[in-house]
Write a protein that binds this ligand. Structure first.
Ligand SMILES: *Cc1c(COP(=O)(O)O)cnc(C)c1O
Length: 232
């Protein structure tokens, strides 16, 4: 077993414990392995240990890695980084999910550029409930209109919401952010959007995210180890 395989086993065990503590079924939360900054061999180690869903922040790095790893049945690539409109085409052509949609223009381009031979692009809207104006993510006030507009685009499938709390010294503020995002998620479903994905929780705040109802945690360092260059 490789180090990455060992790490995956312990992160899965951690996730099961978090589900148990929260009174949720052990398979209620998916694990997304965030492979940004790590090369194709790290992804291959994770694949060998049964991991199929990977998250990437940088478009070019992700596209190169997707090509290097090649076709693997069931593999899923998620774009989780901030997206500029001039970078949407490679994302639409190579990724399976985009979790960081926060404006209509980006969503519209992704829908237009999604090749017809591929399944619709699965998307989450990134919400910003605690940050300043410079942080990615739509505000709670803007969310309902954006969600309805994105849900109507033909080549996208709106699956849910993604959030990244501001780094904070106390667990309480992350809990408050997760609880707020959960409320926004439930409210959209009350309006019939049928969302099934609440992507929140990372290496340092997985447990409070699971307690708040996360359905997908995005774990980088816990699976692949420390990153050697700074990332967004
Ligand atoms: C890097 C990153 C992660 C993973 O962070 P870790 O702290 O390494 O688990 C999750 N989500 C997003 C959006 C990221 O950029």
């Amino acid at each position: 077993m490789t180090t990455i395989g060992d790490n995956l086993q312990s992160q899965r065990a951690r996730l099961w414990r978090a589900c148990e503590q929260a009174g949720r079924p052990p398979d209620a939360v998916r694990l997304l392995a965030v492979s940004k900054t790590f090369g194709p061999n790290a992804v291959r180690d994770a694949l060998a240990a049964g991991q199929l869903a990977f998250g990437e922040n940088y478009v070019q790095e992700g596209v190169d890695k997707i090509a290097a790893v090649g076709a693997v049945p069931g593999i899923e690539w998620h774009c989780i980084g901030p997206l500029q409109s001039n970078k949407t085409r490679p994302v639409a052509e190579h990724f399976d999910w985009v979790q960081s949609v926060d404006r209509f223009k980006i969503a519209q381009r992704l829908s237009e550029q999604r090749p017809t031979h591929l399944a619709p692009l699965q998307v989450c809207i990134q919400v910003n409930v605690d940050g300043g104006a410079n942080k990615s993510g739509v505000t709670p006030a803007e969310l309902p209109a954006l969600a309805s507009a994105v849900a109507a685009l033909p080549r996208l499938k709106l699956r849910g919401l993604m959030a990244i709390p501001e780094p904070a010294p106390d667990a309480e503020s992350a809990r408050a952010v997760f609880a707020h995002v959960r409320v926004l998620f439930e409210a959209l479903n009350t309006h019939g959007l049928g969302l099934d994905t609440l992507s929140m929780g990372m290496s340092d705040d997985l447990e409070p995210a699971v307690a708040a109802g996360s359905t997908m945690v995005r774990v980088g360092r816990g699976v692949f180890g420390a990153r050697s260059y700074a990332t967004a």
